[in-house]
Write a protein that binds this ligand. Structure first.
Ligand code: HEM
Length: 399
């Protein structure tokens, strides 16, 4: 199915540099109709001034069943995986699931992880330091968050590689956001694994995140078996497929601006703000999905009930109507506000962990490999195919 502007996401230029396309459609219209690669029609909300209220608008829901009569497949997917996944739930389910997961995912608990994350980052650099080169994705950005989240969940390190393979397949198939038939098959091995892990922890509680989720209670509520499984899977996937992109995209931007690289090396106290600028500029999560639960308007454009909308966080973050020089990467900004973690009730639960991992990753790289630079021309870099997430397949560097 085609129309005059179908398939923005299919444009060859989009994957290489979505920001030029975002700038073009942002200037053109606040609500841009296009299609997903599978032909599904979707409306893109392009401007900061409209993205922020849309993120907070209770009429825009996550669970498709609250917006239209769902297909049989979608109902099935909802029952096996998504119904109890907070990222795809609406209140009151969402409120309860988030509350219980937050009990186990407290910022205080996260802050205590700085030392163990630093140890992991240093071990990864130890393995490659003598080589003079590495693939920054494969050798650092990917293993760092996956090791952190699997350690938090109490998954044995012998299973880490398997985990990455499964979660990669799920992300590539778009399970978290769309209704793909492939997705169900990809989730199954992880569901079975998690079920076993949860059963083991029930018999023998530890101080890991799975055990904390098992005991978490709020107003007399506990997570059910299905909710435990989907929450742990959500944390696992959300916990590393995004952070790898923060480290990869952020370091790419930094290496493309060597004077900023050297400035940050001399001014490490500014690294937390630089991480915010990396989030704003390099957008590990490009967009979020919502469905209109009623007939409504956005920026004066009528939106029919059931419409699939994508709120372009990355476009909002580059909107110069909101922030001056928004298209420029500048780690010396005094502060870098952004939408990279969303807003409203679905605001990223893992933001404190992601920030800490980003900070430790950049601090360690700058301290240990101050001469880091790209080993290939930028034009040779290739990007992964998921629409929601933007991340490099490889990032060859040398020092
Ligand atoms: C740089 C890294 C990260 C980015 C950019 C990011 C971004 C996001 C965004 C944009 C959302 C909201 C989606 C929406 O509004 O539809 C979200 C939700 C979520 N994120 Fe993150 N995330 C990151 C890391 C993490 C980590 C490390 C974890 C946990 C281990 C995590 C767990 C979650 C969870 C559980 C939700 C669902 C919250 C809800 O629906 O209430 N994220 N994240």
């Amino acid at each position: 199915m085609t129309n005059h502007n179908s398939g923005l996401f299919g444009n060859a230029t989009y994957r290489v540099n979505p920001y030029a396309d975002y700038a073009r459609i942002r200037a053109l219209t606040p609500v841009y109709p296009t299609t997903l690669p599978d032909g599904t029609p979707v409306l893109l909300v392009t401007r900061y001034v409209d993205v922020v209220p849309a993120l907070k608008d209770a009429r825009l829901v996550k669970n498709i069943n609250n917006a239209r009569t769902a297909s049989r497949w979608s109902r099935l997917m909802q029952s096996v995986f998504s119904a109890s996944n907070m990222l795809r739930a609406d209140p009151p389910d969402h409120t309860r699931l988030r509350k219980l997961a937050s009990e186990a995912f407290k910022p205080k608990y996260i802050a205590q992880m700085r030392d163990s994350i630093t140890t992991i980052a240093n071990q990864l650099i130890d393995q490659v330091a003598h080589q003079g080169h590495m693939d920054l994705i494969r050798d650092f950005a990917l293993p760092l968050p996956i090791t952190v989240i699997t350690q938090m969940l109490g998954v044995p390190s012998s299973d880490h590689a398997k985990f990455h393979e499964w979660s990669n397949a799920i992300i590539a198939s778009g399970t978290l956001s769309s209704e793909s038939t492939v997705a169900g098959r990809q989730v199954l091995p992880l569901v079975l694994y998690m079920r076993k892990l949860i059963a083991q922890r029930r018999r023998n509680l530890g101080d890991d995140l799975v055990s904390q989720l098992i005991v978490a209670t709020h107003e007399g509520n506990k997570l059910s078996e299905a909710e435990l499984i989907s929450t742990t899977i959500l944390l696992l996937i959300a916990g590393h497929e995004t952070t790898v992109n923060l480290i990869g995209n952020g370091m790419l931007a930094l290496m493309q601006h060597p004077e900023q690289y050297m400035w940050l090396h001399r001014t490490p106290a500014h690294i937390p703000i630089a991480i915010e600028e990396m989030l704003r500029y390099a957008n590990p999560v490009q967009l979020v999905n919502r469905y209109a639960s009623v007939d409504m308007e956005i920026a004066g454009v009528p939106i029919a009930r059931g419409t699939h909308l994508q709120l372009l966080l990355a476009s909002a973050n580059h909107d110069d109507q909101w922030l001056s020089n928004a298209e420029s990467f500048d780690v010396t900004r005094d502060e870098a506000k952004h939408m990279a973690f969303s807003q409203g009730i679905h605001y990223c639960l893992g933001a404190p962990l992601a920030r800490l991992e980003g900070e430790v990753a950049v601090t360690t790289l700058l301290a240990r490999l101050p001469q880091l630079q790209l080993a290939v021309p930028v034009a040779d870099l290739t990007w992964r195919s998921a629409i929601e997430l933007r991340g490099l397949k490889e990032l060859p560097v040398r020092w």
